[in-house]
Every structure is written in structure tokens, then in C-alpha cells.
Design a protein around this ligand. Structure first.
Ligand code: KIV
Ligand code: ZN
Length: 526
């Protein structure tokens, strides 16, 4: 095991972000092309080394997303996932080929359980598939990563044999997944050490790890693996991902930074971008960050008890092991209010880490002025919420125009809604069982559809009764789910905006969707 001491130079760990692939794969976390591109650009600005953009054979949407991300991103490697068959690998390469720095990530299960029950293949055939798939991918792309799915439950002899063959066939990165989050830290670190000791050509590849969080150990396992010699970690923003999620990127990066005394490793991540990307991902996916979540939870830097508050006032280090600024929770120099002009607003956006086009700035500025008229203090969080809501959907078929609602205990609740549909303004009225129901019924009346409402979630952006509401709406149609996000000082307006956004996404999805190939089995498609 590598035991870094202060006299050794810090070693660089490659940060591989799979928010757009494994994160997006988790139930109801799907993102559209525009959103994926937005996240990818933010990850690039943040200094992420590798961005896994998707699984190109899984759907046309994934294919397009990987292709656009590969074309757009210049300062990070863009990666596409493929099973071990030629069709998968060709599709991944087709999506990646125009990118500046690209990688094919191919995988096949190697554990006895997966080989027998999922793949229904003998180990010899799986081994041959490893050689064939990596050789094939390597003929297309210089940078190939190989993963033995369910690696942590794979027999060691077989794992060593597959890893050695994958490296011989040209894999530059060997990624060991703890697919089902079964490992514990000592054991997982020992697995990496075992590979380093037993695989003769292991020095020709970077060892990577990919940990799931079923036992809440994904970050601990990743750190143990780094200590044992892994030099790439695969992780996601806010830890989103299949089931209990993946290792949280922000936790790994901040653990390496904060405990540099015992973990002498560096990353290229600009940690002060963490809050921004965390908010962006939770806004887009509708996956709220739990308040006590490490690093990015709303309470992560909040001190409630008197003793703690007293300590922090005397010296923040008494109860804060890292500064809020180090993750981008800055108290900004510019206080925004209704007298603030365009110039100050642009400057504020820059401070908050946004570089927006003119139309998006204009849209956000108009909404900011409107908000400042209604709200005493406009906080940074308010502006972040506005920007995340504005600037998107320029080409949307349906646009929110206005809403008037009659609510209260006397009923009936009535919504009078104006929507612009393909350039034509429609005014509709609808009743409902409460003002939200009335609003959504009005939207349904204006744009009839069969999508089912799966989630309706409201959050206050800041404290106070004049706080903006952030609303997430999740709609489902024919097994496809989409999230819409809206922010406004009026909860009902935010709700209508969120619903309309989700509806627009469904329309785009309908336009784009062609029957996806089934990837549920993970079997090899030759
Ligand atoms: O969890 C897993 O095993 C994966 C692989 C495809 C790397 O996501
Ligand atoms: Zn995974």
C-alpha cells in the first residue's frame, strides 16, 4: 500500500465525472441535450479531467449528447460507454470521433454471479470478449478504458487475468467498479494492492475505481483505493447515481484537499466551483441535496448551537474544517437590489461563476428587476435560482406568459392562464382542487397531453415569507420521465413555469426519440 509521507511529492489523482452517464442513469434523473451540455461545460470550467457524457447505444438522446459534448469540450477528455460488442463500440466511436480528446470506455461483467446469470457466458468466453472488445476499441481510439463490471465480487485469479489481457490489448485505464456497493474500505484497498502486486503489466495503465454507495461507503472505498495506488476516481456531483448513488465528487475532492496531511494527493479541480455545479445538477434533475449532506448540504456550514456559534465567531476553525469560500460559498462584495443596473448584474453573474450569452443575461436581468421590486433583499441564492430558470428553452414550443389564481378556503379555486403556444397566445381558465391543481388543469386544457405528474416539489430558496420558491415538476409519459424547474417569488407562477418546462422537454423528447436498443441486460451486442 502506498503510504504517502510529507517528504513524498503529492501525486495527481484524475477526476472522472460520470454524472451525465451513471448519475443520469438513476431513476428520474434524465437530462436533455441542452442540460447535459450545460453541465458538461460547467464541469470543464471546474477542471474535471474526464467527463463521461453517456452511453451512446442506449438511445438517440444519449448518442447526440455524447456527440455534442465531445464536439464542444476542449479541456477535458470526453468519454462514451460501450458494452463489449462491436455495435456498441462503433456507436460510441461514432459519437466521439469529432472530439478533441476522447475515450471509449468498454465493460463486461466478470463476477461468477453476473457471468452465469446475467451474461450466461462461460469465463473463457468473457475473457475472449475482453480481448476482442479492447482490441477493437483501440483500433478506433487511442484512449481506451476497460471495466470489469462487478469487479469487487470477481475471483481474484480471473480478475488478474482479464486486467492483464485488457492492458495487453491496449487499455490505458483499468477501472475497478464496486458495482453493487458491497466492498468495505480495507478490503477494497487490498483489492487494488493485489492487482498492483499480481498483474505483471499493471504499470502500463492507470488504475481507476468506481464505487457505488449501497452501504454508504463509496467515498471511503474510493479514498482507500487511492491510498492503495488508484490514480483515477469515478464519481458524480451530489453523489447521484443508480440506487444509493455513486461516490460524491465533492466529498472526494474536499477530503483530498482538507486532509492533505494524510492524503498527499492533488486534483485539478477548482473547488470553489463546487457549490455552483451542485446547485446546477440538483436544479436540472430535481434531486434535492439533503440538508445535512457533506460539503454541499444547506447545513454543511450552518452553526446552530450557541457554543458552536460562539466558537466560530472567535475563530471559524474551531468548528469549520474547511472554509465556505473553498467550495464557492462566498459572501459577495456586491449587494443587489432594485436600483442595481445591468452592469452590476453582469458583474454579479461573473462573481457567481456564470458566463451567459446576451439573451440569457437579458432574460435573467428582467426577472431579477421584477423580483427586486417584490422582495426586500435579493440574495446570491435568488440570482442563482433565477439564472438556472432563465435563458433556457429559447426554442420551446410552449412559453409561460401570465397567471392569475383565485385561492383560499372559500373555493372554488380558479386559474386564469396565458400561454404562448408556437407563437400564438392562448388564454384558458380551469378549476381545481386547490390552486396548484387549478393551474396544472389550465395547462392541460391549453395543451392536452397524457403525461402523468410523478413529482411536485417546492423549496424556499432563502428564508423569509418573501423568499422565492423553487419548484420541480416531474412528468412521465410512456415510461419516459422529464423534470421541469421553475423559480419565482410566487409559488404558483414557479409551479406553472416548472410544469411548462417539463412539458417542453417531453415534446423535445418525442421529436428526438427513436426506439432505443435494449441495454437492460448489459449483454454483449455483437
Ligand atoms: O457500476 C458499474 O459497474 C458501472 C460500470 C459500467 C463501470 O457503472
Ligand atoms: Zn456504476
Amino acid at each position: 500500500m502506498t503510504n504517502p509521507t510529507k517528504s513524498q511529492p503529492a501525486q495527481r489523482v484524475i477526476i472522472f465525472d460520470t454524472t451525465l452517464r451513471d448519475g443520469e442513469q438513476s431513476p428520474s434523473c434524465s437530462m436533455n441535450l441542452e442540460e447535459k451540455l450545460r453541465v458538461a461545460k460547467t464541469l470543464e470550467e471546474m477542471g474535471i479531467d474526464v467527463i463521461e457524457g453517456g452511453f451512446p447505444i442506449a438511445s438517440n438522446g444519449d448518442f447526440e449528447a455524447v456527440r455534442e459534448i465531445a464536439k464542444t469540450i476542449k479541456n477535458a477528455t470526453v468519454c462514451g460507454l460501450a458494452r463489449a460488442g462491436r455495435k456498441d463500440i462503433d456507436r460510441a466511436w461514432e459519437a466521439l470521433r469529432h472530439g478533441a480528446r476522447v475515450r471509449i470506455h468498454t465493460f463486461i461483467s466478470t463476477s461468477p454471479l453476473h457471468m452465469k446469470h446475467k451474461l450466461q457466458m462461460e469465463p473463457a468466453a468473457v475473457h475472449q470478449a475482453v480481448v476482442d472488445s479492447v482490441t477493437y476499441a483501440r483500433n478506433l481510439c487511442e484512449d481506451v478504458e476497460w471495466s470489469p463490471e462487478d469487479g469487487s465480487r470477481t475471483e481474484h485469479d480471473f480478475l488478474c487475468r482479464c486486467v492483464e489481457s485488457a492492458i495487453k490489448a491496449g487499455a490505458r485505464t483499468i477501472n475497478i467498479p464496486d458495482t453493487v456497493g458491497y466492498a468495505v474500505p480495507d478490503e477494497f484497498g487490498a483489492l487494488i494492492a493485489m492487482l498492483r502486486n499480481r498483474v505483471p503489466n499493471i504499470d502500463k495503465a492507470v488504475i481507476s475505481v468506481h464505487c457505488h454507495n449501497d452501504l454508504g461507503l463509496a467515498v471511503a472505498n474510493s479514498l482507500a483505493a487511492i491510498r492503495a495506488g488508484a490514480r483515477q476516481v469515478e464519481c458524480t456531483i451530489n453523489g447521484i447515481g443508480e440506487r444509493a448513488g455513486n461516490a460524491a465528487l465533492e466529498e472526494i475532492v474536499m477530503a483530498l484537499r482538507t486532509r492533505h496531511d494524510v492524503l498527499s494527493f492533488t486534483t485539478g479541480v477548482k473547488t470553489d466551483h463546487i457549490m455552483r455545479v451542485s446547485r446546477l445538477v440538483s436544479g436540472i434533475t430535481g434531486f434535492q441535496v439533503q440538508p445535512n449532506k457533506a460539503i454541499v448540504g444547506a447545513n454543511a456550514f450552518a452553526h446552530e448551537s450557541g457554543i458552536h456559534q460562539d466558537g466560530v465567531l472567535k475563530n471559524a476553525a474551531t468548528y469549520e474544517i474547511m472554509t465556505p469560500e473553498s467550495i464557492g460559498l462566498t459572501k459577495s462584495s456586491l449587494v443587489m437590489g432594485k436600483h442595481s443596473g445591468r452592469h452590476a448584474f453582469r458583474q454579479k453573474l461573473r462573481e457567481l461563476g456564470y458566463e451567459l450569452g446576451d439573451n440569457a443575461v437579458e432574460d435573467a436581468f428582467r426577472r431579477f428587476k421584477d423580483l427586486a421590486d417584490r422582495k426586500k433583499e435579493v440574495f446570491d441564492e435568488d440570482i442563482v435560482a433565477l439564472v438556472d430558470d432563465a435563458g433556457m428553452g429559447v426554442n420551446d414550443h410552449i412559453k409561460f406568459v401570465s397567471l392569475q389564481v383565485v385561492a383560499g378556503s372559500k373555493g372554488p379555486q380558479l386559474a386564469d392562464l396565458e400561454l404562448e403556444i408556437d407563437g400564438v397566445v392562448r388564454d384558458v381558465q380551469a378549476r381545481g382542487n386547490g390552486p396548484v391543481d387549478a393551474t396544472f388543469n389550465a395547462i392541460k386544457k391549453a395543451c392536452p397531453h397524457t403525461a402523468r405528474l410523478q413529482l411536485y416539489q417546492v423549496h424556499a430558496v432563502t428564508a423569509g415569507t418573501d423568499a422565492q420558491a423553487e419548484v420541480t415538476v416531474r412528468l412521465e409519459e410512456n415510461g419516459k420521465t422529464v423534470n421541469g424547474y421553475g423559480a419565482d417569488a410566487d409559488t404558483l407562477v414557479a409551479s406553472a413555469r416548472a410544469y411548462v418546462k417539463a412539458l417542453n422537454k417531453l415534446l423535445t423528447k418525442r421529436e428526438r426519440t427513436a426506439p432505443p436498443e435494449s441495454v437492460a441486460s448489459g449483454a454483449v451486442s455483437a
